[in-house]
Design a protein around this ligand. Structure first.
Ligand SMILES: C[C@H](O)[C@H](O)[C@H]1CNC2=NC(N)=NC(=O)C2=N1
Length: 143
């Protein structure tokens, strides 16, 4: 459950509603609340680079519609997405709506589900991998 106290809601949002939406994404899904409470993040894994890229294109088209944009990275067949609102700073209902959209797009785009949360480590953010590891070694652990 996402506690109100851990959530940094964007100004103008109803924190209670937002906490409910975030709780649903975290408890019934694969999202985690960022440590600063201002964002939701999760990784997506696909069979191929093309599938990952197609997924990103689908999300990008929705971003254009919603005028809301992700912080994301891609390494080979994986995409890591963080939804946070830059202005006003914090988590907003746009973020929770886009997170939901990504869940659906991932499912429809052939997402490869790996059990457990937080196992997506491309090395882009952790810096633990070396060049090439994304497709040969640790980056695909568990697939
Ligand atoms: C004018 C335009 O709607 C804003 O600049 C949008 C664009 N996309 C955005 N995306 C995100 N994630 N946060 C924002 O505050 C934001 N602002």
């Amino acid at each position: 459950m996402v506690n109100l106290a851990d959530l940094h809601a964007s100004e103008g949002e109803d924190p209670t509603t937002l906490a409910e939406q975030a709780t649903s994404l975290v408890d019934n899904g694969r999202w985690t609340l960022c440590n600063d409470g201002k964002g939701l993040e999760r990784g997506f894994r696909f069979k191929t680079f093309k599938a990952a890229w197609d997924f990103m294109n689908t999300v990008a088209a929705e971003c254009k519609k919603q005028k809301h944009h992700p912080e994301w990275t891609n390494v080979y067949n994986k995409t890591h997405i963080r939804w946070t609102t830059h202005n006003p700073l914090g988590l907003s209902s746009k973020d929770t709506a886009m997170a939901r959209f990504c869940d659906d797009a991932g499912e429809q785009g052939g997402e490869v589900v790996v059990e457990g949360k937080g196992d997506w480590e491309s090395g882009v953010e952790t810096g633990r991998l070396e060049a090439g590891d994304c497709c040969s070694g640790g980056g695909n652990k568990g697939v």
